[in-house]
Structures are given as structure tokens and as C-alpha cells.
Design a protein around this ligand. Structure first.
Ligand code: SAH
Length: 359
């Protein structure tokens, strides 16, 4: 028996079909049974491996980016270095090896913050950060950060923020929801909600029956908060995620359990649930806040910041076996058939200087 499935079925029985957004929220963040609240998702023993867990080079290069952008911003004091959605805390651990090397006074003059929605993952991160954790602060939401110029990074955060789905039916576009079939199993249904067709990407009015559109108001709202704050208080932001650089139609809701794809409705709370990130939509939000968004692929970004040089210097005094591991990591992070093209990067800064490596 899956207690979260029973809870969801009970809610549907009581109040009718549930939006994909509510289903994602409950699956990922239900306080008793949610995936991020109860599971250990990351790493070889978990359900999936993320870029910072593949190699220390990822976090080190993000540190190089942070130091470079911090210089563009005039190395202000009283600034805030933050990560949102830090998982196990590995990215920040690796960044904190690099940033103070490149900007020696950084830790004395600025503070380091983590924003994590899951209390369980917060304690995992505190363990990973070890001694460094005592000088850092944790927050449950972005709005809790103290004021000041902000350098914020996030990896695979936006894909975990719930989306709504809409489906083209004979009666027009309707919200795609989750209901119950005769056997009381969860199933997708077209709910009563509709969408303003002007919000759909160009060409969608001719879309065939069954076509699906994903809208992510919660992602846009978070990006708006971040971009508006940076526009006013100064700073820069960097986000990695899998997704597309142009908006379009399509169902990208996917569940992953034990490194395998799973039916998204089969194991609520036990499988990770994500959708691809629409980077064009997020870039529009950044533009609306008066800042210039820069978009590229993870491969281009990491190679532009010196991934090959970093692998070369780590490999210089390493054993043949370690060198092989390094080149496998380079391939996984930046190879066009691995994460290099599928994963995209969005960066922006309040400085008039174009952030590295987009110059
Ligand atoms: N960045 C990590 C983990 C990615 S998984 C890595 O690359 O390994 C997504 C992370 O975002 C989890 O830590 C999850 O608990 C957190 N999260 C999801 N929504 C959030 C939100 N709105 N605010 C803060 N953290 C969030």
C-alpha cells in the first residue's frame, strides 16, 4: 500500500480531479510522504545522479563563474552567496573550495546561504558542508534571504517546481488533471479548467486533439522574485536544468525511480517527478525585470569556463585510472549525447558587463 496514493485518491473522491500541479506538489513535498521530504534521491544509491555528484569539477567551475561575476559587480562587501535547492550540498561544498581562492577576502566580507524546502535535506547539506556549515545560514524560502547584493546558483531546481498541463480536446484546451478510473486507479482526465489561448505558443491553435501544453506559473513567479530583487539590490544568478531553449507543445512529465523511468502516476512520493524547463519562458521573466538573460547549453558553458583545462590539471599527477574517471566525467557533463546538450544554462547579472563565458 502506498499511503500517499491513498491520500491523493481520497482528495480526488472528495473534490474531483486534481491538477498536475497539485499532484506534483503532493508527490514531491507532502510533509509525511513526499519524495523530497522522505527520500534520499541523489547519487548512485538513490534514484538519479546530478551534475555536482558526477564530479567536483562542476562545482569548481561554478565557483570560477561566481568569482568572475563578483569581480564584474565590483567585489561589493555585505553580499550574499546563495544556492537554492542544494540537494546533498555538494555544489556549494565544491564552490567554497574555489571562490575564496580566487577572491581571498570573500568569506570574511560576505555571507553564505542555502535555500532548501525540505528539512530532511537541510540536515544532509549541513553534514556535507561540515565545518563550513557553522558560518552559513539555511532558509526555507527565497523570500527569507537577508538584503544585499546576491549571487545565486541552482542546479535542477526549476524542474522540481510544479507545472500545470493543458490538453487539446474536442471542446478546446482544458486543464489536464488526475482522476480515478472504475478500478479506483489514478488516471489522466481532461478537467473543467481552460487556458487563455493567447498564452499558448504560436501555432498551437491548429494543434491536434491530445496535444499537451505545459505552463509553469510557479516557476515564473520564483524567477520573477529572484530577477526583481537582483535588478534592485544588484547581483547575478545562474541556473542549470534540463529543458528547451524555445517554448513548444509536449508532455514532459516524467518519473524516475532507481535510475529508471517510471509511470508518473504509479508511485507518488516514491519516484522523482519533473518536467522539462521552458528556458524561453524564464528568460522572458528576466527581461521583464529589466535584465538581460544569457542562455546556452551546459556543454558550451562548462567548456567555456575551462572544463578541459581543469580536468587536465587534476589529471596531471593522477593515476591512469583516475585520469580515465576524469575524462568520463567530462564526457558526462559536457558530451553532446550526455548532459551537454540536454541541460541548459540561464545566467544574468545586474552588472553592465556580460557574465562569463558569454562575452
Ligand atoms: N541541486 C541539487 C539537487 C537537485 S533536486 C543537485 O544538483 O544535486 C531539487 C532540490 O530542490 C531538492 O533539494 C529540493 O528539496 C529542492 N527544492 C525544490 N523546490 C524548492 C523550492 N521552492 N525552494 C527551495 N528548494 C527547493
Amino acid at each position: 500500500m502506498n499511503p500517499l496514493r491513498e491520500k491523493i485518491a481520497g482528495l480526488i473522491r472528495a473534490s474531483g480531479p486534481m491538477s498536475v500541479s497539485d499532484f506534483m506538489s503532493l508527490s514531491l513535498f507532502d510533509p509525511q510522504h513526499g519524495y523530497y521530504t522522505t527520500r534520499q534521491p541523489f547519487g548512485a544509491a538513490g534514484d538519479f545522479i546530478t551534475a555536482p555528484e558526477i564530479s567536483q569539477m562542476f562545482g569548481e567551475l561554478v565557483g570560477v563563474w561566481a568569482a568572475s561575476v563578483w569581480r564584474d559587480l565590483g567585489e561589493t562587501r555585505g553580499g550574499i552567496l546563495a544556492e537554492i535547492g542544494p540537494g546533498r550540498g555538494t555544489l556549494m561544498k565544491d564552490m567554497l573550495r574555489t571562490v575564496p581562492k580566487l577572491i581571498p577576502g570573500f568569506l570574511a566580507e560576505n555571507s553564505v546561504h542555502m535555500i532548501e524546502a525540505s528539512p530532511r535535506l537541510t540536515s544532509v547539506q549541513q553534514k556535507t558542508l561540515g565545518d563550513a556549515a557553522s558560518d552559513m545560514r539555511w532558509h526555507g524560502a527565497f523570500s527569507e534571504l537577508p538584503d544585499g547584493p546576491l549571487l545565486i546558483v541552482g542546479n535542477e531546481l526549476f524542474d522540481a517546481i510544479p507545472v500545470r498541463q493543458y490538453i487539446r480536446t474536442a471542446q478546446g484546451w482544458r486543464e489536464r488533471c488526475i482522476g480515478l478510473d472504475e478500478a479506483e486507479e489514478l488516471q489522466f482526465v481532461a478537467g473543467p479548467g481552460t487556458i487563455d489561448p493567447t498564452l499558448l505558443p504560436a501555432g498551437s491553435l491548429q494543434a491536434p486533439e491530445g496535444a499537451i501544453f505545459e505552463a509553469a506559473p510557479a516557476r515564473a513567479a520564483l524567477m520573477q522574485q529572484i530577477a526583481e530583487r537582483i535588478a534592485i539590490q544588484g547581483g547575478a544568478a545562474l541556473f542549470f536544468d534540463y529543458g528547451h531553449l524555445e517554448s513548444g507543445l509536449g508532455d514532459t512529465l516524467q518519473a524516475v525511480m532507481n535510475h529508471r523511468h517510471d509511470d508518473p502516476l504509479a508511485n507518488p512520493g516514491r519516484a522523482d517527478l519533473t518536467t522539462h524547463v521552458d528556458f524561453a519562458a524564464l528568460a522572458d521573466v528576466v527581461r521583464a525585470a529589466g535584465l538581460i538573460p544569457h542562455l546556452t547549453t551546459q556543454g558550451e558553458f562548462l567548456l567555456g569556463l575551462g572544463l578541459l583545462e581543469r580536468a587536465g590539471s587534476l589529471g596531471a599527477n593522477a593515476s591512469a585510472q583516475e585520469r580515465e574517471k576524469l575524462s568520463a566525467a567530462v564526457e558526462r557533463l559536457a558530451g553532446p549525447n550526455e548532459m551537454g546538450n540536454l541541460f541548459k544554462v540561464l545566467a544574468f547579472s545586474s552588472s553592465s558587463r556580460v557574465p562569463a563565458p558569454f562575452q
